[in-house]
Design a protein around this ligand. Structure first.
Ligand code: UDP
Ligand code: MG
Length: 311
């Protein structure tokens, strides 16, 4: 019999968090009327995470399933793999580091029971380092503007999806994607609830600035062509302005005669324009690179082993 709820947890070097996470999760879910299972994806951890997951499976094979990746494929691919294998009518995603308290899951399930097909969440008193809170506020604003996807807090992974939405997400087969945005994209009747947020219980964030930038590019390029269109518009505006400048300089040549001043102004303008051009090239590259990745059709992730009790 399929469980009614599947909890999906991506795991990358989280050895110190897995036991406390699982005991809090099991306490919460065992107290619920819903039957449940948890699917952990070990995303190529290099610490003892996989050993702990094996032990958890040995202890509770009735509820624990584990997917082990060959190598690190990223949080969103780890969730994708678990989505492909989830059996529940409702699927809940949650981080492994206890930043999202498992005790909040019933709140999401209640919203699903009220008829919503995607339930997002908003972190109350977000507990992250200062610069990330501000950067993510900014990215939320930018995303809202350019992708038209409505979410208050894109970075909060404590979310619930009805099975139909999960199947549509899986069917996209996307390689570079952002799961909450896909969920919101397919949602017919989304809702949001406020949830508590805690500091990471142990270990450190798996996202450095570089990975965060990559992830946000996945989100922007995956859900909008506005960056490209903006670039065309900026290009046209600069062309128009330069034309005015040319006319002005020609007029000066005729009226005043030859001049050779303003060399550094010229350089300043030139450097600026070169910057604009390189940025534009890079931006086009962001799209082209992702198209290349998609058309090659290499597997998005490779599974080394699956631990689960046979039906
Ligand atoms: N994670 C993963 N693969 C990765 C990076 C992260 O499976 O390549 C998992 C990680 O173990 C955690 C969740 O994704 O369960 C969120 O990661 P983290 O807490 O480091 O992100 P942050 O909270 O700093 O945004
Ligand atoms: Mg975290």
């Amino acid at each position: 019999m399929n469980p009614s709820v599947t909890i999906v947890i991506p795991v990358y070097n989280e050895e110190a968090n897995l036991r406390p996470l699982f005991s809090r999760l099991a306490a919460t879910m065992d107290a619920q009327a819903h039957t449940w299972e948890v699917v952990f994806t070990d995303d190529g951890s290099r610490d003892g995470s996989m050993d702990i997951l094996r032990a958890l499976y040995a202890e509770r094979p009735d509820v624990v399933r584990v997917i082990e990746f060959e190598r690190n494929a990223g949080q969103h691919m780890a969730i994708m793999a678990a989505f492909e294998n989830a059996r529940g009518e409702t699927v809940v995603t949650i981080d492994a580091d206890l930043q999202n308290p498992p005790e909040e899951i019933p709140k999401l399930l209640a919203a699903i029971d009220r008829g919503h097909d995607v339930v997002g969440s908003i972190r109350r008193n977000r507990q992250d380092v200062g610069w990330r809170v501000y950067a993510s506020r900014l990215m939320n604003l930018v995303r809202e503007r350019i992708t038209g996807i409505r979410m208050t807090d894109q970075g909060c992974m404590l979310r619930a999806y009805r099975r139909g939405v999960v199947q549509q997400i899986v069917a996209t087969g996307e390689q570079t994607t952002f799961i909450p945005a896909l969920g919101q994209y397919f949602a017919a009747n989304p809702a949001e609830v406020e949830v508590e947020h805690a500091a990471r219980a142990a270990g450190e964030s798996k996202y450095n600035l570089y990975r965060l930038v990559r992830l946000n590019f996945d989100l922007m390029t995956g859900f909008s062509l506005v960056p490209l269109q903006l670039f065309t518009i900026v290009g046209m505006a600069i062309t128009g302005l330069s034309l005015l400048l040319v006319v002005y300089m020609l007029a000066r040549r005729v009226i005043i005669g030859p001049e050779a001043e303003g060399l550094f102004t010229l350089f300043a303008i030139l450097y600026f324009l070169v910057g604009v051009v390189i940025t534009g090239l890079g931006l086009v590259g962001e799209y082209v690179g992702r198209i290349y990745q998609e058309v090659r059709r290499r597997p998005r992730f490779r599974i080394r082993s699956v631990l689960e009790k046979q039906e």
